[in-house]
Write a protein that binds this ligand. Structure first.
Ligand code: SF4
Length: 305
């Protein structure tokens, strides 16, 4: 769709076809009818995104058809931050910093059935401390990443009760220097009478946890795992430099390393899906049907050097 539209004819086309787009017209990075100082137009074209030319007596600019360009900034941005005197390179760096991926990490703290009926107090305490130190190790790896997490949520399915969990973990985090914000969500399946009841409650629980996430993305790991220091920065580059769109980044198996668009997850999970497998199946069917399978990407591909 490269032929020039006029501003009016594009508006009519976009309204009629309900297309999502970004207009470069008022963007501070738009330099000439053919170029953007962030080189995003070239990158979009490289990715086969449709770039539409708008040309009339008044103006000449581009439209990024079907995509939102998150670097779009107007004069209001310059005025609000009082940065009108900056060079376009400096502005580019500032805007790029602003769009850095924001991600909440969920660390699933699994149970150990052998602790349930353990009568030996000192053995139980030893196991509890060992578990807490594993959880803190995972938190430390998230905390040491190139891009810091927005928050770490600990999904506690273990035998450790909330009071002990928080106290022990707070001390451990202080001693190893975990600085990220964290909070505990405690879920104990064993208080339910039936498996069905527990599953239903887990669904509601997960739904509520995800509802409380404010960042655009959330990632899932298990306690004891060490998160690659470049996990988030590589995903950020894929999204914001390579300009590849995705809804989910999926590990080859299991849940560790899964990264999801939070809004999508809030909408799908818990409303229609009852488990992660259900959720994956539904999402895979949806992207297949809408011919946009690229919206699910394998984690291995993004993390590979
Ligand atoms: S940053 Fe995005 S909206 Fe701005 S000119 Fe470049 S491509 Fe267009």
């Amino acid at each position: 769709m490269k032929w020039p539209y006029t501003e009016k004819s594009w508006e009519e086309y976009a309204q009629k076809n309900k297309v999502m787009f970004t207009s470069c017209k008022d963007c501070v990075f738009f330099q000439s009818p053919e170029s953007c100082s962030c080189e995003r137009l070239d990158k979009f074209e490289e990715n086969k995104v449709d770039i539409v030319s708008i040309k009339d007596d008044e103006s000449e600019y581009k439209i990024v058809n079907g995509r939102i360009c998150n670097m779009f900034r107007t004069d209001n941005w310059l005025k609000a931050l009082k940065i009108s005197d900056k060079t376009s390179d400096e502005l580019g760096v500032m805007a790029r910093r602003e769009i850095k991926i924001r991600c909440t990490f969920i660390v699933v703290c699994s149970d150990d059935k052998s602790c349930e009926n353990l009568s030996d107090e000192s053995e139980l305490r030893r196991k509890t401390k060992e578990k807490i130190s594993q959880i803190a190790k995972t938190m430390k790896s998230v905390d040491s990443s190139k891009i810091k997490p927005q928050e770490i949520i600990l999904l506690n399915e273990s035998w450790i009760q909330p009071y002990d969990f928080i106290n022990y973990l707070r001390r451990e985090c202080e001693s190893i220097g975990v600085e990220s914000k964290w909070r505990l969500e405690h879920f104990n399946k064993d208080v339910f009478d039936t498996k069905g009841e527990a599953e239903e409650s887990e669904k509601t629980f997960m739904k509520n946890v995800f509802k409380s996430i404010k960042s655009g993305y959330c990632a899932i790991f298990h306690d004891g795992e060490e998160v690659d220091a470049e996990y988030l920065s590589k995903i950020d580059e894929y999204l914001n430099d390579e300009l590849q769109a995705f809804l989910m980044i999926k590990p080859e198996s299991g849940l560790s390393g899964l990264l999801l668009n939070s809004i999508l997850f809030k909408q799908f999970f818990g409303s229609t899906s009852s488990s992660f497998d259900d959720f994956f199946k539904q999402l895979e069917e949806a992207v297949e049907k809408q011919k946009c399978t690229h919206l699910i990407q394998p984690l291995g591909k993004i993390l590979s050097p």
